[in-house]
Design a protein around this ligand. Structure first.
Ligand SMILES: Cc1ncc(COP(=O)(O)O)c(C=O)c1O
Length: 446
């Protein structure tokens, strides 16, 4: 080596685009912050591992001790354009200088209108679409429930086992992912029934894999014994279950739900809060099934981390009058500006990249899976990929080991890890993540 050459490991350490762990984890500053946080935070928070984030750029999050992590969790599938994308940051700055708040329930504002136009244009609806902007995912689901009830004059809702739709009282009534999310909060809203969702174990145990057994249960048992379809306003479904374990709904199952809705005058609500905004390589996961919803909810990836969501529906569903629904902060101009910049980036590079990098990541994950008995399944679409382990403990141990190696992932379902990186992820980051994940699987101790 000449004096000018830098050893490979030092080169990695100096490259801000690569992960690099330089302290024990958590480091001293992280430990101090965690102690302060634990003294004042709600005990309901469930931090997956002791990451104390200080800054982010692109695919990398840097913690308070200067450790760098490759981010394949993206703040729960939120940072669609990576951390602090320059175009998103510029849009936020410009809008903050121009106007921070006006309350779009009561006044007009250009970014609010433009965002509704953009969302209406990409909505998977053949009828003209209208949009209501919200502050969060759960608020979008609440709005969808209210709109469906108002429009149909019916009280009932069908949701699915394993579903996650949020934590406020209406959306929580539909959530069915973990009992601790519901325990102690009843009574929840009445006339909500949970139908079985086609899941990997059921597929393996011979339900046919197309969701036909689950559709039959909905028609025969739920509509036959528990609630008349004439009392049901909406069937609310995640085209790919998120928190429940990254389970894609089979195409035939989604088509069956559409037929049931058509037959009984029920609205089909696609909750695309996690699966939408380009994550699967199309704007919406439901587009992979050829099914049109009546209402669609979105949030998470819509504004690269700024808090905003929406529910979108066919024009003829919006039968409610002025005053029926509103929200003080929702559609905030700074968030809307960030969403407009995000949509531009997803449109120009995110969609194609999510499909291409999703295929690369999936094949690498399948390769890791083929070398171990600890992984039972790799599934998902685009950059919404789940790896199911044989036990919950194994998933937790690999998540922890990956963190210690500099890779951020996040558990979901009973025993899965999700890979939901920013949609702008490149080949080098995918390959680094796969190397670190392989190492984590090989070294993790339950
Ligand atoms: C499918 C789905 N719906 C609704 C929500 C709730 O969104 P929020 O946490 O923004 O309220 C989530 C959040 O994880 C989700 O994944």
């Amino acid at each position: 080596m000449t004096t000018m050459e830098v050893p490979a490991s030092d080169a990695a350490a100096q490259n801000p685009g690569t992960p690099h762990i330089q302290t024990e984890l958590p480091g001293p500053k992280a430990r101090a912050l965690i102690a302060r946080d634990e003294a004042v935070a709600s005990p309901s928070l469930t931090r997956a591992y002791p990451l104390v984030a200080e800054s982010g750029s692109g695919m990398v999050v840097t913690d308070v001790d200067g450790n760098r992590f490759l981010d394949f969790a993206a703040g729960i599938a939120v940072c669609a354009t990576g951390h602090s994308h320059p175009k998103v940051v510029a849009a936020i700055h410009e809008q903050a200088d121009r106007l921070i708040h006006i309350a779009a329930t009561d006044f007009y504002e250009p970014r609010y209108t433009e965002l509704m136009e953009r969302l209406a244009a990409i909505a998977p609806l053949s009828e003209k679409a209208r949009v209501f902007l919200t502050n969060s995912g759960t608020e979008a689901v609440e709005g969808a429930i209210k709109l469906a009830r108002y429009h149909t004059h019916r009280p009932g809702i069908i949701a699915f086992e394993g579903a996650f739709h949020g934590r406020t009282m209406g959306s929580l009534s539909l959530t069915n992912s973990k009992i601790k999310q519901r325990a102690g909060f009843g009574p929840l809203i009445p006339m909500v029934h949970h139908a079985p969702f086609p899941r990997i174990r059921a597929w393996r145990e011979g339900s046919g894999g197309d969701g036909s057994a689950e559709l039959a249960h909905l028609s025969d048992t739920i509509f036959g014994r528990q609630i008349s379809p004439a009392d049901v306003a909406a069937i609310v479904v995640e085209p790919i279950q998120g928190e429940g374990g990254y389970f894609p709904a089979p195409k035939a199952f989604m088509q069956g739900l559409r037929e049931i809705c058509n037959e009984h005058g029920i609205l089909l609500v696609a909750d695309e809060i996690q699966s939408g905004m380009g994550r699967t390589g199309k704007w919406w996961a439901i587009e992979h099934t050829g099914v049109e919803p009546d209402i669609l909810t979105t949030a998470k990836g819509i504004a690269s981390g700024m808090p905003i969501g929406a529910f979108i529906a066919r024009d003829s569903v919006w039968t409610w009058p002025p005053g029926a629904h509103g929200s003080t902060f929702a559609g905030n101009p700074v968030c809307a500006a960030a969403a407009l910049a995000t949509i531009d980036i997803i449109e120009s590079e995110g969609l194609a990249n999510a499909a291409a990098m999703g295929a690369r990541l999936r094949s690498g994950l399948e390769d890791v899976a083929s070398r171990t008995d600890a992984i039972r399944d790799v599934r998902g679409v685009g950059l919404m990929l789940g790896v199911e382990f044989s036990t919950h403990g194994a998933a937790e141990a690999v998540q922890e080991a990956a963190f210690r190696l500099g890779l951020l992932t996040l558990e979901c379902g009973e025993s899965s890890l999700r890979f939901s990186p920013p949609l702008i992820v490149d080949e080098a980051s995918v390959d680094t993540a796969l190397r670190l994940f392989g190492e984590a699987v090989a070294t993790a101790k339950e």
